[in-house]
Ligand binder design. Structure first.
Ligand code: F6P
Length: 320
């Protein structure tokens, strides 16, 4: 293996740059040539390639976003798009690929490998933390800290004005950010897409809290569960309490990565590169306990990743 490419695809996540840096520097250390691809799978089809040297990734470990840019490619979902990508890689002598992203990125990586036999190793980068078989994906820890910072600030003003605040965090089909930030922020209720909820019961709980002297409350909502504005309106009309809402949105995807995400990204980037250069052909790296291991796409992507019900139960007990 002499020449391999790296790209970032799907929603960006803090720590993707640290992973790029680790791939580039490990690749160069091992004597390989590393090609950066701009704009994810779109750039792979359009041959947006550039050789990367060690200095190209200098000082990016602390930067959020991705220096390679990212995209959610529609054309790569079609066989013609993937053929174009394969031809662009072959014409430049690129023998393998590292793809940093979420489950959509890995689905594309798996098909590229199956159709053309080109080795593709994935690195999990997604604030949602919804990638099966890995304890953490890059960016989750930082996004939770961002959401928590907002919840803590909102709690101050909620206390002063004796209000209910509904905070909406990201998570289109999963509640990992909501559960983690809600538990850490002492939320009175956490609503996630995976578990059915009842807004009447949420209001009952807020009523019980008021009876015990609790004058302000925080409700954390994952975007895939419901809209913060609807929850806010429901609570205000059902209880008569003053309620406000805050939608955090894309600010959760940005910012300087936490130490945890930098170290995770560095370990995963380096492990993925070593695995590729040692002959691994398909699969994505996962953190399991303290180890970074390789997981095949087929078994990994067909697995589920449930939220930890114990954390939700704990949040419930803590907010009595
Ligand atoms: O997959 C990460 C994520 O941030 C989700 O939590 C969110 O629903 C989605 O991406 C937003 O995507 P986009 O940036 O394309 O609007």
């Amino acid at each position: 293996m002499k020449r391999f490419a790296i790209l970032t695809s799907g929603g960006d996540a803090p720590g993707m740059n640290a992973a790029i840096r680790a791939c580039v520097r490990t690749g160069i250390y091992r004597g390989a040539e590393v090609i950066g691809v701009q704009h994810g799978y779109d750039g792979l089809q359009g041959a947006e390639f550039q050789t990367m040297c060690s200095q190209d990734v200098g000082a990016i470990i602390a930067r959020g976003g991705t220096i390679l840019r990212s995209a959610r490619s529609k054309s790569f979902r079609e066989p013609e798009g993937r053929k174009k990508a394969y031809e662009a890689m072959s014409s430049q002598g690129i023998e393998a690929l590292i793809a940093i992203g979420g489950d959509g990125t890995f689905a594309g990586a798996a098909v590229l490998y199956e159709e053309f036999g080109i080795p593709v190793i994935g690195i999990p980068g997604s604030i949602d933390n919804d990638i099966p078989m890995t304890d953490y994906s890059i960016g989750f820890h930082t996004a939770v800290d961002t959401a928590l910072g907002a919840i803590d600030k909102v709690r101050d003003t909620a206390y002063s004005h004796e209000r209910v605040f509904v905070v909406e965090v990201m998570g289109r089909s999963c509640g990992f950010i909501a559960v983690e930030a809600g538990l850490a922020g002492g939320a009175e209720a956490i609503l996630i897409p995976e578990i059915p909820f009842d807004l009447e019961s949420v209001c009952d709980k807020l009523d019980e809290g008021r009876k015990k002297g609790k004058k302000s409350s925080i409700v954390v909502v994952a975007e895939g569960a419901t809209k913060a504005t609807d929850v806010c309106d429901f609570i205000a009309s059902r209880t008569g309490y003053e309620a406000r809402y805050l939608v955090l949105g894309h600010m959760q995807r940005g910012g300087s990565p936490s130490a945890f995400d930098r170290v995770l990204a560095t370990r995963m980037g380096s492990a993925a590169t070593n695995m590729l250069l040692d002959g691994a052909e398909e699969g994505y790296v996962c953190l399991r306990g303290s180890e970074v291991v390789l997981q095949s796409y087929r078994d990994g992507l067909s697995a589920t990743r449930p939220v930890d019900p114990e954390r939700l139960r704990l949040a419930e007990v803590m907010s009595l």
